[in-house]
Design a protein around this ligand. Structure first.
Ligand SMILES: NC(=O)c1ccc[n+]([C@@H]2O[C@H](COP(=O)([O-])OP(=O)(O)OC[C@H]3O[C@@H](n4cnc5c(N)ncnc54)[C@H](O)[C@@H]3O)[C@@H](O)[C@H]2O)c1
Length: 248
């Protein structure tokens, strides 16, 4: 198993990419701290993993609240004694409006969850990993971390910010044993896209040279690689996973 004896914290684990990641990490032998604001689905997922022979706890935590991020890391240490891997995955889409019409409160909300939330996570994950002298942090960005997308300015700005934050943390901590990378999925079939009608989904699918949307499991696969020892030389990088979206 790729992640045997590793303790991994996954934010936004109750749904979509985070849920797929939790299930795949459990299969690969990781012990899991799952966090989310969605207590019902988060708890149910932890129970399912434990029932199937894995080890997982759920902590209700909002990534936009620094003390919640600290609490999540403390839970990993108290329950499992260390933290090896963090997947900073929680994120929201935000209002779909052009810059000149976007509500400033919505801007603040998206930035606080999608960008500050990643900083708050690393702020507490890194000191815990330094105690062991190793770790792997995976920050979930997006293809929209490197290109624009109309009517999604806060999301696009936050995801571009995640790339910069990732590179900087990698410069600071790679020599101390902590690898920090970001992943850029294109459009993936998760509840995040639920608001869209079928026509819009078909249109979105057509933006990918591969001719379809991605599956959450296809994203979780690269997280397994980044979390495990086989990616030992990978740090400071941005890995698009996009069905060819950025090749155009
Ligand atoms: N689905 C896509 O097309 C796509 C593409 C690129 C990147 N991403 C990124 O992948 C990540 C996961 O997205 P998804 O598609 O699985 O979405 P999702 O909506 O299925 O899951 C997101 C999870 O995050 C949780 N969450 C929301 N706000 C939170 C907060 N403040 N604190 C803690 N948890 C919170 C939600 O409750 C939910 O369980 C996000 O960062 C998203 O931006 C998604």
């Amino acid at each position: 198993m790729e992640l045997e004896n590793k303790v991994a914290l996954i934010t936004g684990a109750a749904s979509g990419i985070g849920e797929s990641t939790a299930l795949m990490f459990a299969k690969e032998g990781a012990k899991l701290v799952l966090t989310d604001i969605d207590e019902e689905n988060g708890k149910a997922l932890a129970e399912k993993i434990n029932k199937d022979g894995g080890e997982a706890i759920f902590i209700k935590a909002d990534t936009s609240v620094p003390s919640d991020s600290e609490k999540s890391v403390d839970a990993a240490i108290n329950k499992f004694g260390k933290l090896d891997v963090a997947v900073n995955n929680a994120g929201i889409g935000g209002e779909r409006l052009p810059v000149g019409e976007l509500n400033t409160e919505n801007w603040d909300k998206v930035i606080s969850i999608n960008l500050s939330g990643v900083f708050y996570g690393m702020r507490y994950q890194i000191p815990a990993m330094l105690k062991n002298g190793r770790g792997s942090i995976i920050n979930v960005a997006s293809i929209l971390g490197s290109v624009g997308y109309a009517n999604s300015s806060a999301y696009v700005a936050a995801k571009h910010g995640v790339l910069g934050l990732t590179k900087t943390a990698a410069l600071e901590y790679s020599a101390k044993g902590i690898r920090v990378n970001s992943v850029g999925p294109a459009f993936i079939k998760t509840p995040l896209l639920e608001g869209l009608d079928q026509e819009s989904k078909d249109q979105l699918a057509g933006l990918h040279p591969i001719g379809r949307l991605g599956e959450p499991d296809e994203v979780a696969e690269i997280f397994v690689w980044l979390a495990g020892n086989r990616s030992s030389f990978a740090t400071g990088a941005y890995y698009p996973l996009d069905g060819g979206y950025l090749a155009q």
